[in-house]
Write a protein that binds this ligand. Structure first.
Ligand code: 6V0
Length: 333
């Protein structure tokens, strides 16, 4: 329908800017929620989807492509072969084996490690400069696995970690205080899972420390009440899974917010799973990954915040690190 202008100048493709490519490995509930949110937030020029199930994969791709008239222009491609991810700026891994009833967590972990042995080296080969963002569970251990298998520097291997847990924490506090969750500064750190640590000492709203005033005005805000709020954050994932079978929307938004900070070089602080050796007394020889507030930009992890933790919070974090490191060591990588 179109012809170049008459003066014989530049061809239409000559001045194209470099395109941003994001790959999502695993087109299940979580992978598709992430892809959909990245698409609506206009974060990528090309999205490559990979899954082991070809029909489901093609169905998911077509379903999203059919929304093209309502969305920013994004090229969508899909394949069961990881070669489709070639040249990615960001590769997000959500592929994972599901727990078989009665199966131990360690066994599930070993099956996921076997899966990662197929996925991660291929991703690294096709996109040697990419940022790797791991979402599959257990996310902290699998981020360590991805770091080992990719050979990438730790600054380019990130686990979604407690970014979602922190959002749940902020939601619960915001409901309680009747404010917008975006104005609540609150971090969950450590393991994404049962041993996560709620950093009560630094919770603030509009720069005001919250814990002291809550404890002054509500006598019930003792240690037990704080632990029960932390527990509700941890349990909220199990609650959603027991009600709808899986979690998807919140993890979709959570990972898209990480993608925005990384690809757009936003330098925002997110609690994500990073190489944590040497922080808060974690031994320097333990290559453990767990969540700490990290500054994210186009280069990946640009720095980790030296949070002020109470002695009790630091002790809990080290306990979380110890358990995670024991899991990593069992893998013999
Ligand atoms: P799902 O719907 O079973 O999707 C997993 C997908 O992976 C399926 O479509 C599989 O076909 C696919 N898959 C399996 N093997 C391969 C392979 N070799 N190559 C490509 N694709 C493959 O699971 P769901 O999407 O619900 O969850 C995915 C993972 O995310 C699980 O490990 C969850 O535990 C984890 N989550 C992590 C969260 C976090 O905060 N880090 C939050 C929610 C879920």
């Amino acid at each position: 329908f179109f012809r170049p202008v008459a003066d014989g100048g530049a061809t239409p493709t000559a001045h194209r800017r470099r395109l941003t490519k994001v790959s999502v490995i695993g087109a299940g509930n979580v992978g598709m929620a992430i892809a959909q949110t990245i698409l609506t937030r206009d974060l990528a020029d090309e999205i490559a989807l990979v899954d082991a199930l070809p029909d489901k994969l093609r169905g998911e791709m077509l379903d999203l492509q059919h929304a093209a008239a309502f969305l920013p222009r994004t090229r969508l491609v899909s394949d069961t072969d990881l070669a489709v991810t070639r040249g990615s700026d960001l590769a997000i891994v959500t592929a994972g084996a599901r727990q078989i009833p009665g199966e131990s967590r360690l066994n599930l972990l070993q099956r996921n490690v076997a899966l990662f042995r197929k996925i991660v080296p291929a991703l690294a080969e096709h996109s040697p400069e990419a940022l790797l963002l791991i979402v599959s569970n257990p996310v902290d251990v699998l981020t360590y696995v991805a770091w080992k298998l990719s050979g990438f520097p730790a600054s380019r291997v990130i686990g979604s970690g407690t970014n979602l847990d922190s959002s749940r924490f902020r939601f619960l506090l915001a409901e309680h205080l009747d404010v917008n969750a975006q104005d609540v500064q609150a971090y969950m750190v450590g393991e994404h899972g049962d041993s996560s640590v709620a950093v009560w000492s630094s919770v603030s709203v509009a720069g005001m420390p919250v814990l002291k005033s809550l404890q002054a005005s509500h006598r019930c805000f003792d240690e037990e009440a704080l632990e029960s709020i932390r527990r509700s954050v941890v349990d909220s994932a199990y609650e959603v899974i027991s009600l709808k079978g899986y979690t998807s929307w919140a993890i979709g938004y959570s990972v898209a917010s990480l993608a925005a900070s990384l690809l757009r070089d936003q330098r925002r602080i997110h609690p994500v799973s990073v190489l944590a050796r040497g922080f808060h007394g974690i031994p320097a020889e333990n290559d453990v990954f767990l969540s700490l507030p990290a500054r994210l930009g186009r280069g990946g992890v640009l720095g980790v915040a030296e949070m002020e933790l109470t002695e009790e919070e630091a002790r809990r974090l080290r306990r979380s690190a110890k358990t995670l490191w024991e899991n990593c060591q069992q893998l013999g990588l």
